[in-house]
Design a binder for this molecule. Structure first.
Ligand code: AMP
Ligand code: ZN
Ligand code: FE
Ligand code: FE
Length: 292
C-alpha cells in the first residue's frame, strides 16, 4: 500500500486540477492520496468524482494556516465536517486575509518598478479558492520577471524580502480543537520545516497532544534525517501517529513528487481509527474515507 497524505491542487496553489491530481497519483502508483489544499475543501468534490472512476482511495483534508507563539504553523486536518460553523468561520477569516494580502503585495511590487496588476494574478490563479504568494509568483513568471516560483520567493516574496506581506492565521491550539469538534483529526505539517526547532518544541507538541492532536508529519522533504529521527521519537513518546507525505504542488514545487515520502499502512490505520472516534464523538456528518 503506497500512501501519500499531503498534496495540493489548483483549489489552492498546486498546478494540477483536482482531477489531474488524482490521475497523477494513480500514475505515480499510489493506492491512497489525501488532497490537502490550503484553507479550503473546494477541490474535494471534483477529486472524489475522479477517484471513484480511477479506483483511488481518497482522504479528504485541508492544510490550515495557523499561528503558534508568533510562528506560522501548517495544520493538516483530515475528514472534518466542512460545514461545522467554527471551521467555516475560521477558514473564511484566513481566506479573507489571503485575498486582501494580494493587492498589498502588488503595490509593493509596483513601488519596486514592476508593472503587475490584479488581472495578471487572476489569470494564473484561475478559480483557486485560496490565493497565495505562489500565484503572485506565477504572475511574475508570466510577465518574464522571474523564471520560477523559487526565484520569486527568494527575490520578492519570502519574509524579509521587499514584497513580503503578512496575513491572518488562526490560533493553532484553537484550530486543533475545532477540527476535533468537526469530527476530524489533525496532524502538524512539516513541524520543523520552515523554522528552527524552537518554534515547535517537544513540550509544545505534548501540550497539543493533550488538546487532541492526532499526529506529526515526520517524513517531509523539508526535514533532514536527524529531524525525522527526532520527530519520530517525539511522536512515539506521545503516542502520536507518524505520517510521511510529498506535499506535491504539481510543477509549482520541485523535489516534491507524489509518493516521494509515504505513510506506513499501520500508521494510516491508526489515523483512520482516531478519525472514526472523533466523528462519533462529534455527532456530525463527516466525509468518509472514499474507497473504490
Ligand atoms: P502563502 O500560502 O501565500 O503564504 O504561500 C506559501 C506557499 O508558498 C506554501 O504552500 C509553499 O508551498 C509555497 N512556497 C514557499 N516557498 C516556495 C518556493 N521557494 N518555491 C515554491 N513554492 C514555495
Ligand atoms: Zn502550498
Ligand atoms: Fe505547508
Ligand atoms: Fe502543503
Amino acid at each position: 500500500m503506497r500512501i501519500d497524505l499531503h498534496s495540493h491542487s489548483r483549489a489552492s496553489d498546486g498546478t494540477d486540477t483536482p482531477a489531474e491530481l488524482v490521475r497523477a497519483a494513480v500514475a505515480a502508483g499510489l493506492d491512497v492520496l489525501a488532497i490537502t489544499d490550503h484553507d479550503t475543501s473546494e477541490g474535494w468534490d471534483e477529486a472524489a468524482r475522479e477517484a471513484r472512476s480511477a479506483g483511488l482511495t481518497l482522504l479528504r483534508g485541508m492544510e490550515i494556516s495557523t499561528l503558534h507563539n508568533g510562528h506560522g504553523v501548517h495544520l493538516l486536518g483530515y475528514l472534518p465536517d466542512p460545514t461545522y460553523p467554527p471551521l467555516v468561520d475560521g477558514l473564511r477569516r484566513i481566506l479573507d486575509g489571503r485575498n486582501s494580502r494580494v493587492p498589498a503585495i502588488l503595490s509593493r511590487l509596483n513601488s519596486l518598478g514592476i508593472d503587475i496588476a490584479a488581472d495578471d494574478v487572476r489569470r494564473v490563479a484561475g478559480d483557486a479558492a485560496a490565493t497565495g504568494r505562489p500565484h503572485v509568483a506565477d504572475a511574475l513568471i508570466s510577465l518574464g520577471v522571474v523564471r520560477d516560483r523559487k526565484q520569486a520567493f527568494s527575490a520578492y516574496l519570502n519574509p524579509g524580502r521587499p514584497a513580503y506581506v503578512n496575513r491572518y492565521a488562526a490560533p493553532l491550539a484553537e484550530m486543533v480543537q475545532v477540527l476535533d469538534e468537526a469530527g476530524g483529526v489533525s496532524v502538524i505539517a512539516h513541524p520543523w520545516g520552515r523554522h528552527d526547532r524552537s518554534a515547535m518544541t517537544a513540550r509544545d507538541i505534548a501540550d497539543l497532544a493533550d488538546l487532541g492532536l492526532a499526529g506529526l508529519e515526520v517524513d517531509h522533504q523539508d526535514h533532514d534525517g536527524d529531524a525525522r529521527a527526532a520527530l519520530a521519537g517525539i511522536a512515539d513518546d506521545l503516542g502520536l501517529v507518524r505520517t510521511g507525505s510529498s506535499d506535491y504542488h504539481g510543477t509549482g514545487k520541485t523535489d516534491h513528487d507524489l509518493g516521494c515520502n509515504r505513510t506506513a499502512p499501520e500508521q494510516f490505520e491508526r489515523l483512520l481509527e482516531l478519525a472514526e472516534q472523533a466523528a462519533a464523538r462529534s455527532g456530525r456528518d463527516t466525509p468518509r474515507l472514499l474507497t473504490p
